[in-house]
Design a protein around this ligand. Structure first.
Ligand SMILES: [Zn+2]
Ligand SMILES: [Zn+2]
Length: 271
């Protein structure tokens, strides 16, 4: 989500594969969110990427990409499947469904929710044994949601597993003012990554520049019923972001500050 300057160096240092199924989501066309895209595409081409790359972004990005890659003679080794961002479902990958909502920023901007597809229910070995299904291949077939035949009888997954379990939801606001509409869009997210450019005391600047404050981000996480919050996009005016995290925690305790290379574990929703 978004391609800040030097993203290809981060991706390489974090060991993310350059020829994996990849969907790039761009929230809006401000430099700090797109200038890294060209470097990323070039690095992928150097690594001889062959898989197509899915790119979801506001419409003008395609023009920027076409003009700059032509001027700079960027020869890509793979296809870019461009999809114009709009409210609703914008991409479906092998494991995720990605939806977008309009954000409130100074240019056309979107927020995204990445939702893992439903997972099969919990498998009950006792029930499988009671139905005479031997441990091994047949168990894994049932766990993958397929029926099996044992001595002429059909055993369906629903007989040996619980109800399908919801996948995890991760929301990313990009640059935006907070809103009830966005809080609804982010409803039930297991992790939210939100614009927290300013401190609560600098709210007038946040309103003027169409960003959020730390406490506004925390309130949105609370309204959305999210489980965890990571604040990001801090203004360079703050040398230390600890006060922003403190302010947010007073509203929403499960808050942390984003940092380069930060790794956050996203647990499955309970049940
Ligand atoms: Zn912006
Ligand atoms: Zn920005």
């Amino acid at each position: 989500m978004d391609c800040g300057e030097g993203i290809q160096r981060q991706i390489m240092s974090l060991g993310v594969g350059l020829n994996k199924e990849t969907t790039v989501l761009i929230t809006h066309l401000h430099g700090d969110h797109v200038t890294g895209l060209l470097g990323l595409l070039q690095t992928m081409a150097l690594a001889q990427r062959s898989k197509p790359l899915d790119l979801v972004a506001p419409a003008p990005l395609l023009k920027w990409l076409q003009v700059t890659s032509e001027l700079l003679n960027v020869g890509l080794t793979f296809e870019i499947r461009f999809r114009r961002a709009r409210a609703g479902i914008v991409a479906k990958t092998s494991g995720f469904v990605i939806s977008a909502a309009k954000a409130a920023h100074s240019v056309e901007a979107y927020s995204f929710v990445v939702e893992e597809k439903t997972r099969p229910g919990v498998f009950f070995p006792k029930k499988a044994r009671a139905l005479g299904v031997p441990e091994g291949k047949l168990w894994s077939r049932l766990q993958r949601g397929r029926s099996v035949t044992v001595s002429g009888r059909t055993v369906r997954p629903s007989q040996v597993t619980g109800l399908p379990r919801p996948g995890r939801r991760v929301g990313y606001s990009g640059d935006t003012r907070p809103s009830r509409r966005l809080a609804r869009f982010f409803s039930g997210c297991d992790l939210l990554i939100l614009d927290s450019t300013f401190r609560a005391a600098d709210r007038d600047k946040a309103v003027e520049r169409k960003h959020s404050t730390s406490t506004e981000a925390a309130q949105m996480a609370k309204d959305a019923g999210a489980r965890r919050l990571v604040l990001t996009h801090f203004s360079a005016r703050y040398r230390n972001v600890a006060p922003l995290v403190r302010e947010a925690r007073a509203v929403f305790p499960e808050t942390a500050a984003a940092a380069d290379g930060l790794s956050v574990r996203v647990d499955y929703p309970p049940g």
